[in-house]
Design a protein around this ligand. Structure first.
Ligand code: GDP
Length: 313
């Protein structure tokens, strides 16, 4: 067991959905969290990262910073997803290694697994087949990050670990219709359809793909658990073990926001990978379990989104 008590914890990417959930969780537990301004620290710039780490001396680092986005954003900005993510993870790990941190946790996602990996996807499925082309840019960068963390462990004996969360949603998500993931996009579309009295709302693709979704507060809880209890070469999956179809999640979202109209499926938009369920048996066997059911989590995300829209209005 690794204790976080008294540690200087740096959550790189503390303003993102995952980073901010983790900061909330760590603050609630009374931990000191380092949170540099974005203006003061560009994680794609090696010198800036080294200087900042040198000056601030974190002893625990969580790499939650990344260029992230949905199926359309990956297609539109492949350089951002590949280049920027490679730079961020390489710079943060190099600086953490140089200063000699006690623990580093690197975050990726379930899209690192082959497109047609056997379901549910266990950690051992990594690099066993071709990737889903629609998010290969992000996936290759994250696979490189896992291997880099392993390389630091092997060559320098550092306690670097990696966690691969399933599809996430929750407070702080990106609600831009073209670049977001499916849950915030459908939530926004359902609200707009409800408010305009539309008969239907548009869902991309066939509605048939299956996805596993986790509320980001459950992920933050799992990350604290892993920092304290996990130290091994192999990355570890963080999922809920349940999956829903895109059509089902669209109906649940309609229910949460009060949109009762029909779903119109837009076949001109891609489905992406047909199924993406992770095998999180390794983590569950360690004694961790998610707590937030999908319907409750969607209601919470909606409450936060409605509040943020009101604040901006
Ligand atoms: P993925 O899990 O990497 O494929 O990323 P997304 O969250 O962007 O998409 C998940 C699935 O939801 C895909 O099958 C999309 O086609 C589908 N989907 C349905 N409607 C939407 C939408 O409005 N936005 C997005 N991003 N995906 C949608």
């Amino acid at each position: 067991m690794f204790s976080l008590a008294g540690r200087r914890i740096w959550v790189a990417g503390h303003r993102g959905m995952v980073g901010s959930a983790l900061v909330r969780r760590l603050a609630r537990d009374g931990h000191a969290v380092l949170a540099p301004d974005r203006g003061a620290l560009d994680l794609t710039r090696q010198q800036q990262v080294e200087d900042w780490v040198d000056a601030n001396r974190p002893d625990v680092v969580v790499v939650a910073a990344a260029r992230v986005g949905g199926i359309a954003a990956n297609a539109a900005r492949p350089v951002d997803f590949l280049h920027d993510n490679l730079m961020i993870e390489a710079n943060v790990m190099a600086a953490a290694a140089k200063t000699g941190v006690a623990k580093l946790l690197f975050l990726g996602s379930s899209c690192i697994y082959p497109r047609l990996a056997q379901q549910p996807m266990a950690e051992a499925a990594l690099l066993t087949g071709p990737l889903e082309p629609s998010n290969q840019w992000y996936a290759i960068a994250k696979i490189a990050g896992i291997l880099l963390a392993q390389a630091y462990r092997q060559q320098h004996g550092l306690d670097f670990i990696s966690a691969m969360p399933t599809n996430l949603y929750g407070p702080g998500d990106n609600y831009d219709l073209e670049s977001s993931h499916v849950i915030p996009a459908l939530m926004r579309k359902a609200i707009e359809a409800r408010d305009s009295g539309a008969e239907s709302m548009t869902v991309w693709g066939s509605g048939a793909p299956l996805r596993e979704f986790m509320h980001v507060d459950d992920l933050a809880d799992a990350l604290v658990f892993l920092l304290e209890n996990y130290s091994a070469v192999e990355h570890i999956n963080v999922g809920t073990g349940s999956e829903v179809s895109i059509a089902e999640v669209a109906r649940l979202i309609g229910d949460v926001v009060g949109f009762t109209g029909a779903l119109a499926f837009d076949a001109s938009r891609p489905d992406g990978t047909p199924r993406k369920l992770m095998d999180s048996g390794k983590l569950l066997a360690m004694g961790w379990a998610p707590r937030i059911a999908l319907h409750d989590g969607l209601a919470d995300a909606y409450a936060h989104f409605a509040e943020s829209v009101q604040l901006r209005a």
